[in-house]
Write a protein that binds this ligand. Sequence first.
Ligand SMILES: *[C@@H]1O[C@H](CO)[C@@H](O)[C@H](O)[C@H]1NC(C)=O
Ligand SMILES: *[C@@H]1O[C@H](CO)[C@@H](O)[C@H](O)[C@H]1NC(C)=O
Length: 307
Amino acid sequence: MAAFIFLGITFIPIGLSHLSASDHVVELIDRYDEDCIPVDNSNSEAAYNKRIGYIQDVKTDKTCTRTLIVPKKMKHPIFVYYQLDDFYQNHRRYVKSRNDEQYRNPAADHKTAHCEPESMNNDNQPIVPCGLIAWSLFNDTYSFSVNGNSLPINKKGIAWESDKTHKFGSKVYPKNFQSRSLIGGAKLNESIPLNQQEDLLVWMRTAALPNFRKLYGRIETDLEANEMIKVVINNNYNTYTFKGKKKLVISTTTWIGGKNDFLGKVYITVGGICLFIAVAFISVYLIRPRPLGDPAYLSWNLDPASN
Ligand SMILES: *[C@@H]1O[C@H](CO)[C@@H](O)[C@H](O)[C@H]1NC(C)=O
Ligand SMILES: *[C@@H]1O[C@H](CO)[C@@H](O)[C@H](O)[C@H]1NC(C)=O
């Protein structure tokens, strides 16, 4: 009973503080993949083919303007993420399609084992960085403005420090990247070493679940309630072939991170169950207490003569 009461009265306040922190996070989510394509969004085969045709046509202008309204004051740093739904970065053959030695060691650019089909270009020269993960690098871009003034996004420091210092080399430069006929995503600037291509580093930490967010950058100023943010999106990335969704997420954080009610609810549920069990045990104890055993009946206390 004491243990259950203790668990109950510690877990419930922890859960409440998580929920209240999560409640203080201001989050704006804008799904734009459907609205940023001027063709029919229905489910028919013909509409599907038209969407693919549109997104794969390199000549069309794919900019798209969205207006977001800040619901509550947002204190900096404000994080900007892109969210992809139904993108299985966790597929076994996709996750393995990389060569870490090539990414780290400038003398190993010919090492493209495991990278097929993105290992060599058409002239049989190795692709750096090789593999499907790098090849499919996200290539939508966002630029923000408020009241006609551009709102800068800081894209420095979005990748893991250990990726920059250990996993990706400071002397490894992209080569032959996206040079084949089927382009998978963003191109890389060949004069910037891999360890400073932070978008690539963020992308290469593959997500464990099919719906995921990745950090795009940070806004270093506060946003006031009801301000209108104009976002110009370059809607390049092809999620239309596999019917994935694209969302832009702008969010503040607190000590628990971003908006997440799950942990708080789990604490409250477990704490509640513990308190319930404690109360049940206490009432059973009060209503029908179990009498203590009479030691006189223990076999070794019985008088052998009476047996
Ligand atoms: C962006 O990626 C898509 C594939 O998802 C590709 O078809 C397109 O050519 C790329 N566009 C740019 C501008 O990099
Ligand atoms: C590539 O990076 C270099 C060095 O930062 C820069 O001067 C150059 O303009 C970039 N090229 C492109 C195409 O962005």
